[in-house]
Ligand binder design. Structure first.
Ligand SMILES: *[C@@H]1O[C@H](CO)[C@@H](O)[C@H](O)[C@H]1NC(C)=O
Ligand SMILES: *[C@@H]1O[C@H](CO)[C@@H](O)[C@H](O)[C@H]1NC(C)=O
Ligand SMILES: *[C@@H]1O[C@H](CO)[C@@H](O)[C@H](O)[C@H]1NC(C)=O
Ligand SMILES: *[C@@H]1O[C@H](CO)[C@@H](O)[C@H](O)[C@H]1NC(C)=O
Ligand SMILES: *[C@@H]1O[C@H](CO)[C@@H](O)[C@H](O)[C@H]1NC(C)=O
Ligand SMILES: *[C@@H]1O[C@H](CO)[C@@H](O)[C@H](O)[C@H]1NC(C)=O
Ligand SMILES: *[C@@H]1O[C@H](CO)[C@@H](O)[C@H](O)[C@H]1NC(C)=O
Ligand SMILES: *[C@@H]1O[C@H](CO)[C@@H](O)[C@H](O)[C@H]1NC(C)=O
Ligand SMILES: *[C@@H]1O[C@H](CO)[C@@H](O)[C@H](O)[C@H]1NC(C)=O
Ligand SMILES: *[C@@H]1O[C@H](CO)[C@@H](O)[C@H](O)[C@H]1NC(C)=O
Ligand SMILES: *[C@@H]1O[C@H](CO)[C@@H](O)[C@H](O)[C@H]1NC(C)=O
Length: 407
């Protein structure tokens, strides 16, 4: 009887303890014993907030958690030896002392956010994370993203990680935004399997290699990169804008399957881009076409329909003949047409589409250079040396503002 009662008591005790361990409510942990208190859960479906904890934390026992979040400047190490899945989000921000982050069997997270972890140099995801939705990694000391073995994500944003020299991920699609910005100036970016992205932006990258990219639903932008070339030979369609701006080492651009741009095409201030070619199939631009810089040639042999304004300006010698012909052929449907080179014929046309004003004397006199410079700053409005551009001036100021707002 005694032993039976003991067994019963032990059963009730264990059962009672099990019932008392809440494995689904959100919890804020202050120390290791708080964490150990939920280790029997196996699957903890709530959110674990470690913001009030410090030092070394080990998440024992759990294979699965709902969310794991925290911000605290005195946590130095976080490990979770058995954790396989985080269903909702992993969000670590301002863990300014964190040096060790180890989740050796983690393969699946929901949203994945690491922000301001200045001492974190390495991710220890030995199994490799195969599944995540939004990935945002900013302001860390990570030198690589090894351990992120992802295929489909909603967002992939890697910015301000000064030590990352290599972003190479086998993602196949990005259904929201892809952005790689302000990491190490040596960063080599490669997405060998990426087929489509909703939009994508690259800043301050040393190389960008996405050979399989076929479509970008919204905008694609390259700003202030150190790349020598941009080659996107399989890209057929861009739903929004294509911007290639201020890439000062860029000498070669190839988009030779691209037929349509749903927004604007802006190619500006790429100081080594002397020959703008590589758009052999481009036939339609539904926004404006802006080409600025010191190029001597620009050809878009298939272009037959630009819905917005056309502004082509070079500070070098440039022959506007092809663009003038396209204008005369009624391929350009915007309110403003302008084309000019350093000392070539200035061609412009106002909204009524009436005349093509030609003022070669002004352009040829040497003042053409300064008016080109004034135009490039977006300030060309009423009185340039040789000609007046009322409509174009307003439109270009608007364009400059729109471009600035991207930064
Ligand atoms: C851990 O923190 C909890 C409060 O979250 C506290 O009740 C408990 O005494 C602490 N345990 C230790 C060992 O410091
Ligand atoms: C936790 O969930 C996984 C699958 O989601 C299951 O395989 C595992 O047995 C569960 N573990 C516990 C301790 O409930
Ligand atoms: C971090 O946690 C420690 C220990 O609980 C606490 O004293 C401190 O206030 C927390 N710091 C921050 C910035 O949250
Ligand atoms: C990455 O995932 C694929 C399957 O999606 C797998 O075949 C490959 O071995 C994984 N690579 C690493 C390094 O884990
Ligand atoms: C970048 O990293 C990937 C895998 O992490 C590797 O295969 C590739 O060789 C690296 N590239 C460079 C240029 O270091
Ligand atoms: C990308 O698209 C998403 C969804 O439309 C939008 O929220 C985000 O601002 C876009 N990013 C860029 C850089 O255009
Ligand atoms: C983007 O384009 C791809 C390929 O054309 C398509 O499969 C996908 O549904 C589009 N996504 C969105 C959000 O429009
Ligand atoms: C530009 O790049 C294309 C494709 O990458 C290549 O075929 C071509 O030779 C390059 N041209 C120059 C001048 O580098
Ligand atoms: C293009 O312009 C930039 C500055 O605007 C200048 O540094 C560069 O030398 C110019 N390149 C050529 C080929 O004229
Ligand atoms: C040019 O593009 C516009 C906008 O897509 C379209 O309405 C128009 O029919 C096209 N014109 C020609 C001649 O293809
Ligand atoms: C090109 O550079 C000039 C001068 O720095 C600047 O005013 C203009 O806004 C730039 N154009 C673009 C499209 O960024």
């Amino acid at each position: 009887m005694i032993s039976k009662a003991f067994v019963l008591a032990a059963y009730l005790l264990v059962g009672g303890l099990a019932d008392d361990t809440d494995c689904s409510s959100d919890i804020s942990v202050s120390n290791q014993s708080d964490l150990d208190g939920i280790s029997s859960c196996g699957n903890f479906t709530g959110k674990i907030d470690i913001s009030d904890a410090a030092g070394v934390l080990t998440i024992n026992g759990l294979q699965k958690v709902g969310s794991l979040v925290g911000t605290n400047s005195s946590i130095t190490s976080i490990s979770a030896p058995l954790l396989e899945e985080i269903t909702d989000s992993l969000d670590f921000e301002q863990l300014t002392a964190l040096e060790t982050f180890s989740m050796p069997v983690l393969t699946s997270v929901g949203d994945f956010k690491l922000v301001t972890l200045p001492k974190l140099e390495e991710l220890q995801f030995n199994s490799g994370i195969q599944k995540a939705s939004a990935v945002y990694i900013a302001d860390t000391s990570l030198s690589s993203l090894s351990g992120l073995n992802l295929s489909e994500v909603t967002t992939f944003n890697i910015n301000n990680n000064q030590n990352i020299g290599n972003v190479s991920v086998h993602i196949t699609q990005v259904s929201n935004a892809l952005e790689i910005s302000f990491n190490s100036p040596k960063v080599q970016v490669s997405f060998p399997d990426l087929i489509w992205a909703n939009n994508a932006t690259f800043r301050n990258c040393a190389s960008i290699d996405i050979p399989e990219l076929q479509s970008v639903n919204e905008s694609l932008g390259f700003f202030n990169n150190y790349v020598n070339g941009l080659s996107f030979s399989k890209l057929e369609e861009i739903g929004g804008d294509l911007s290639i701006v201020s890439n000062n080492d860029l000498s070669n651009v190839t988009f030779d399957s691209l037929t349509e741009i749903g927004g604007a095409l802006v190619i500006a201030n790429n100081s080594k881009l002397e020959h703008i070619a590589g758009f052999s199939e481009l036939s339609s631009i539904k926004g404006a076409l802006t080409i600025q810089g010191n190029f001597s040639q620009a050809s878009m042999p298939s272009l037959e329909n630009v819905s917005g304004d056309v502004d082509v300006e070079s500070s070098e010698e440039f022959d506007c003949g092809d663009f003038d012909d396209a204008k005369d052929n009624n391929d350009f449907h915007g309110n403003v047409y302008m084309c000019k080179g350093a000392s070539s014929t200035v061609s412009e046309d106002m909204s009524s589409g009436a005349q093509t004003a030609t003022d070669s004397s002004a352009a040829g006199s040497g003042s053409g250079g300064s008016s080109a410079a004034a135009s490039a700053t977006g300030g060309a409005s009423s009185s340039n040396a040789g000609f007046t551009v009322p409509v174009g001036g307003v439109s270009m100021a608007g364009l400059a503002m729109a471009l600035f707002s991207l930064f």
